[in-house]
Design a protein around this ligand. Structure first.
Ligand SMILES: [Zn+2]
Length: 299
């Protein structure tokens, strides 16, 4: 098709680098979370338990995105004519459930720790676990930021910032354990509660994104950008846009008004130009559907 642009190859390369960054980070954080979880069980520290659950929640988010991405690449069929892109949102619902359960569990364990006044064994092993959390998240943050800057990916840069904040969260667990080492045992449940709040925050963000997607909500600015781009094409007298996310694909529908005397062939050619203009103007758009009508008749 004549639609294929010169930088499609570069875009594919960028996506490959982004996927690799997410995969490597997820594997690294999965190991960090696993070790933290083992040390949390060994020491009885609820702060470390919360931090481990938080890191594993983040990994499960990446895993769901990855699985959803794999499934969404399946070709559309007669039974699923719009393809499988919603698989990602479905996986996201499962992840949200896991994260909220982790928050409830971490919060409950912290409460139990607070009221039972049970101590922690091997506090230095716990501190080593928290240090590992700080180091692991810092490394991942730097790596994602490096790749994100290289391929100019806002998503990866935001991800890097998330990992940086996660390092701060692990720092909270460390602080709690330092307090325990200084004979203030309340430090552990307090840090546990603080980290539970971080998990609640992650759960809220994940749930909000999925609900907006499932409700077909989008950023209205993207519609405005699409309409402006469509109107720059010669022959287009009016344009109104709607759009929805199918997984990670933003599908835009443009209703355009053309002059009465425009032929079907010309209308098709104009539609082709509109698609290019809109795809260039709205970076997230993957598909543009164009419907033309005489301007006077177009609503
Ligand atoms: Zn996180």
């Amino acid at each position: 098709m004549s639609c294929s642009s010169a930088n499609q190859g570069q875009e594919r390369e960028h996506r490959r680098l982004a996927n690799r960054a997410v995969a490597v980070s997820a594997i690294g954080l999965g190991m960090v979370g696993g070790i933290e979880l083992a040390l949390a069980l060994f020491t009885g520290s609820v702060a470390l338990l919360g931090d481990a659950l938080h890191n594993l929640s983040d990994v499960s988010t990446s895993l769901a995105v990855f699985l959803g991405f794999k499934v969404s690449q399946r070709a559309a069929s007669r039974q699923f004519p719009y393809g499988f892109e919603r698989a990602e949102d479905l996986a996201g619902l499962g992840v949200a459930l896991v994260i909220w359960s982790s928050a409830v569990f971490a919060g409950h364990q912290s409460y139990e720790k607070l009221v039972s006044h049970t101590g922690i064994g091997h506090v230095f092993a716990g501190m080593a676990g928290a240090l590992l959390g700080i180091l692991g998240n810092q490394l991942v943050a730097r790596y994602k930021a490096h790749v994100g800057r290289r391929i100019n990916s806002i998503t990866l840069l935001a991800d890097a910032k998330h990992s940086w904040l996660d390092a701060v969260s692990s720092g909270g667990a460390l602080l709690g354990l330092v307090l325990v080492a200084l004979e203030y045992p309340i430090g552990d449940p307090l840090a546990g509660f603080a980290i539970t709040l971080v998990i609640v925050h992650v759960g809220f963000e994940v749930t909000k994104d999925i609900v907006v997607h499932l409700m077909d909500g989008i950023d209205p600015d993207q519609l405005v950008a699409a309409e402006i781009a469509a109107r720059t094409v010669p022959g287009v007298q009016s344009a109104s846009a709607r759009g929805r996310w199918l997984g990670r694909s933003l599908v835009l529908e443009i209703d355009g008004g053309l002059a009465d005397e425009v032929s079907v062939r010309e209308a098709d050619e104009i539609g082709h130009r509109v698609k290019h203009a809109v795809l260039a103007a709205v970076g997230e758009a993957r598909q543009v559907r164009w419907t033309a009508a005489p301007h006077a008749a177009a609503a």
